[in-house]
Design a protein around this ligand. Sequence first.
Ligand SMILES: [Zn+2]
Length: 263
Amino acid sequence: MRVSLPMLSLLFAASCATEPTDAAPTVRLTHLRGPLWIAEDTFFAPENSMVYVGERDVTVIGATWTPHTAQLLHERIAEITPLPVRQVLLTNYHQDRSGGTAYWRRIGAAVLATRRTEKLLELHWDRLIRDIRTTFPDYPVLPLVHASQSIAEDTHLQDGGIRTLYLGPSHTEDGLFVYFPAQRVLYGGCILKEQIGNLDSANVKEYPRTLRRLVALGLPFDCIVSGHWTPVHGPELIDTYLQLLASREDATGAESGRSTPAR
Ligand SMILES: [Zn+2]
């Protein structure tokens, strides 16, 4: 494959955001608070998912990139608890949140998605696989594996310990926030991060409105876990991202370059 200079710089930017370039990709778990752990999956464009170790079983927030990264995460979970993984929640239809679905279903976990996410998976899966392989040629050609259970957009899991929130289009049309009320933590997934990221599937008009709806809810979280780059932030990450969206609009008025693929 011929690799152009711009593509080389894309690959470099993607691979060095959270890891030294010579480090082999890994999946690692770091404890956050109470039942909450952060899973850092440094394959492809590094992503952060979450793990909730409940009293009876484990819920994984985000299926991770591929069946292989899902298996690695499962191995890390087995090191911290003997409890089984029973539920895996897809927070949007992109492969960094849904690519590991086949593995989780194979081990008998329920893979949960909203109808909106299921519909987008069906519409865009094959195209997204082609797109991602132009940036990451070693990303596997995975067939679409559907979620096993439809959920409402405001679902409660783990006896209310986990709440999903859909507040409108943002980075994708279907992106969910996940709120952990007892720990005062919000998982922002692909929606909230320290860089603008990939807006290829974004609804840039609705994105700030969705973030303002989140602020208007007044949820008392004091920690936001981001789906890309540095995982742990304070609530100011919402303002940071609103400013990134606003300055992008000021600078271009239209489309920006694709500076950070697949995030
Ligand atoms: Zn993402």
